[in-house]
Design a protein around this ligand. Structure first.
Ligand SMILES: Cc1ncc(COP(=O)(O)O)c(C=O)c1O
Length: 491
């Protein structure tokens, strides 16, 4: 099956184009699972590209779980890309700023901590897949070696060694930041809260993606802020034209986003749009709070850049943590505040002085010892495989009308049912069967949108029980849809 040489399309990297070509052959069935792919040498000469380009393309397909390498034998097709249901369309939330209603979130969060439920609701990492034994050993060592220091008040900005390690990691996200411009926080949520508190007064309006990570809504509610919700595409993120209109109206004080593999949609803006977003912020003199907790969990290729990487005027306040990759319980996060750094440091000092020292030193030691990249490689693969299993189960068990996102990283999946579907009913019926899900209205600022949607956590180690839970959810959804159909069709 000779392939013709590639002509480079604008805005596309050569190896990605080679990978696309091969993926097409796998998708249309020309190459079947178990088939051997052309050798690197053969493909190189057929396509007139370099050896490293072919190797990169094969690596990308391997990362996507489509091919596998057999040592001393070659590359083989592992599986065909999933024939996935349709994606949800771009959201169209109300265009005026609204007060925030988060009454449901507390109830759901409480249930999300119940170990007796199959937890498909909370966006928690699977603890079994985190390097807990290693972290526990390091924590013991840290406490033995710092038996006094670990109990003292720490420095306001946080442990310098940790800040240096985080600054090094941020180079991968395209950000060159100084450790003096960073505050270590109790997780990303605290960082987000401090940013909002430092930048706003009660009554101010914050422009956010919609649907929105509900802890952002909770923080805004606490601070008496209003939400201006932006149309959001499930893959590309917020509508920049909608944002521009909102900025033009003069009512937006701050913009706030999850930049990479957002929660709950899984969207990830490409670099061009990230750059355009920063240009808009500069033009309208507006700060952005960027939450990048999922950026390290990309399924294929290099980690996406942060919006902060394009920040020419120091307006982006960058927040992240190790909660999704190492340990949610250590509560170690950070904020790089740009021009607002002094205000963030002041907030930290007022609210809780400093983050506990032992967890900071433990994370610093883990990041410094070089095991983080290896761990990330395993975790990305595990999360990718679990996402695929969840998508397969959705395709097999859910009604044909279900639309589903296709995240390329992170660990949440967003499902959209036809209008009229009630995910609160599904939530309650699922609870009766000991299954937790996150109903869509939790992610709506007004508590009025996304009633027909719900979110599933995909960071669960696959088991018979999870498979059965998906089967049960599918059955409940089908029953509800059938009843809705009969009611609509009735006399
Ligand atoms: C988008 C997003 N940001 C922040 C967090 C929480 O981070 P942390 O546990 O570090 O406070 C979560 C957890 O679900 C999240 O999904």
């Amino acid at each position: 099956m000779p392939l013709s040489p590639i002509t480079l399309a604008p805005h596309q990297v050569l190896y990605e184009q080679v990978a696309e070509r091969l993926m097409q052959l796998i998708t249309d069935g020309t190459l079947q699972p178990g088939d051997r792919l052309p050798s690197v040498r053969k493909l190189r000469s057929q396509l007139s590209v370099s050896t490293s380009t072919v190797m990169e393309a094969y690596r990308l397909l391997e990362d996507r779980g489509l091919i596998l390498v057999r040592p001393q034998s070659g590359y083989y097709v592992k599986q065909s890309p999933l024939n996935l249901p349709q994606e949800p369309s771009t959201t169209t939330p109300p265009r005026q700023a609204t007060d925030i209603d988060i009454s449901l979130a507390f109830e759901v969060m409480d249930l999300m901590r119940n170990p007796e439920l199959i937890q498909l609701g909370a966006a928690l990492p699977a603890l079994e897949q985190l390097p807990l034994a290693q972290l526990n050993r390091l924590m013991g060592k840290v406490l033995r070696e710092n038996s006094l220091l670990a109990h003292a008040y720490g420095t306001l900005l946080g442990d310098l060694g940790l800040r240096v390690e985080v600054a090094k990691r941020m180079l991968d996200a395209g950000c060159s930041v100084h450790s003096d411009q960073m505050v270590i926080t109790n997780g990303a949520n605290e960082a987000i809260y401090f940013c909002l508190q430092a930048l706003t007064q009660p009554g101010d309006t914050v422009a956010i993606e919609s649907p929105t990570y509900f802890a952002m809504l909770e923080a805004m509610k606490c601070l008496g802020l209003k939400a201006l919700t932006l149309s959001t595409h499930p893959r590309d993120g917020i509508s920049l034209s909608h944002l521009e209109e909102a900025l033009e109206s003069g009512e937006v004080k701050v913009v706030m986003l999850v930049s990479n593999f957002s929660n709950p949609l899984g969207s990830c803006m490409d670099d061009t749009r990230k750059k355009q977003l920063v240009e808009l912020l500069n033009r309208y003199n507006t700060p952005l709070i960027e939450d990048d907790v999922y950026g390290d969990i990309c399924f294929a290729g290099a980690r996406p850049k942060a919006i902060k990487a394009f920040d020419t005027e120091d307006r982006v306040l960058y927040c992240a943590s190790v909660s999704k990759t190492l340990s949610p319980g250590l509560r170690v996060g950070w904020c790089v505040g740009g021009r607002y750094h002094p205000a963030i440091a002041q907030m930290k000092s007022i609210i809780n002085q400093n983050t506990a020292i032992a967890p900071q030193l433990t994370v610093a030691a883990f990041l410094a010892n070089g095991g983080y990249d290896r761990h990330l490689r395993q975790l990305r693969r595990a999360y990718r495989d679990q996402m695929i299993r969840m998508q397969q189960a959705e395709r097999d068990y859910f009604p044909a009308e279900t639309c589903m996102t296709r995240p390329e990283g992170g660990h949440v999946l967003w499902l959209e049912m036809p209008q009229g579907f009630d995910s609160m009913r599904l939530y309650r019926e699922a609870l009766d069967q000991r299954i937790a899900i996150a109903p869509g209205i939790m992610f709506s600022a007004s508590g009025q949108c996304y009633r027909n949607c719900f979110r599933l956590n995909t960071a669960v180690v696959w088991s018979e029980a999870v498979e059965q839970a998906m089967q049960t959810l599918g059955k409940l959804a089908k029953t509800q849809l059938a009843e809705n159909f009969l009611r609509a069709d009735g006399p």
